[in-house]
Design a protein around this ligand. Structure first.
Ligand SMILES: [Mg+2]
Length: 287
């Protein structure tokens, strides 16, 4: 039997777009746990934001933050520490960290080069501050503080026209930046960092850790910034969103579209994939 590896976006996919709750996905999360399928958050969120979400999910699996800019694996998760990772300790946790992306300071410096040309048309998280981030995200002040603890990228709240946005993106590109459009924000990140590349790197770690198993990656996401992993995974789970249309993929095979929005859709479509692709033992699925 193939072993599933589930890489999942959080906001609008496993977590509700407005309430940030995962409760509607509880049934399939329990099924994944009983089937020992790793559920790996693959998100634009920060490390500080993902840690409490992992606790709420009772998860000890690896995860990917800031749109693929860094990967964290609990120390000891694999038999050997993967190459190019370093030990990172935070809040009583020990992780093997993998990142090749420049720091947030680098992106702030790039933004300062275009700030005059686009004055008043955008505001980034650093300048929004905790209270501003709380307003634009709907997060509590406590959660907004976690969202603003960024290591490798800068989210931008765009206020101008769509045409100006395209000019802004093009100008930053000429400076060597890469912009990913998420459900709510533009994300200024390393041009080599994306959810798809991070997913592939982590999948390779699983393969190298146990060559006797045949791994099958599933990517679940609802937005434009999920396209790289939705295209690269063995199976794509496209989650419908109440806020925007579903991302359009080039691939034609093994695409599952959720019937419902957010975690309710996630719950249904991931369970369907596990059954139809024979990724769980029949006895695991009580349906
Ligand atoms: Mg999303």
């Amino acid at each position: 039997m193939n072993r599933a590896l589930l890489f999942t976006d959080l906001d609008g996919s496993l977590l509700d777009h407005d309430s940030y709750s995962h409760l509607a996905a509880s049934e399939t999360l329990a099924l994944l746990k009983s089937s020992s399928v790793p559920v790996m958050p693959t998100t634009s969120k920060t490390l500080a934001e993902v840690l409490p979400i992992r606790s709420a999910l009772s998860s000890n699996d690896p995860f990917i933050i800031e749109n693929g800019a860094a990967i964290y694996i609990p120390a000891g998760y694999f038999k050997q520490q993967p190459a190019d990772t370093t030990l990172y300790t935070k809040g009583g946790y020990e992780f093997w960290e993998y990142s090749q992306a420049p720091s947030r300071a680098h992106w702030q410096q790039l933004l300062s080069q275009v700030s005059k040309d686009f004055a008043g048309q955008y505001i980034d998280f650093q300048h929004l501050g905790t209270s501003g981030v709380a307003v634009v995200t709907g997060l509590t002040l406590e959660q907004a503080a976690l969202a603003n603890q960024r290591g490798f990228s800068e989210p931008i709240h765009w206020l101008g026209s769509n045409t100006e946005k395209q000019h802004f993106i093009a100008q930053l590109k000429t400076l060597g930046a890469h912009i990913v459009e998420g459900g709510r924000f533009l994300h200024l990140i390393d041009h080599q960092a994306c959810k798809g590349a991070a997913m592939q790197w982590l999948t390779q770690c699983f393969k190298e850790n146990d060559r006797s198993k045949n791994y099958m990656s599933i990517a679940a996401g609802d937005s434009h910034n999920d396209i790289s992993m939705l295209e690269a995974a063995d199976i794509a789970a496209v989650i419908q969103s109440p806020a925007h249309t579903a991302p359009i993929l080039n691939r034609k095979e093994k695409i599952y579209l959720s019937k419902h929005f957010g975690p309710k859709g996630w719950n249904q479509v991931v369970a369907k994939i596990l059954t139809q692709e024979a990724l769980i033992n029949k006895k695991d699925n009580k349906e």
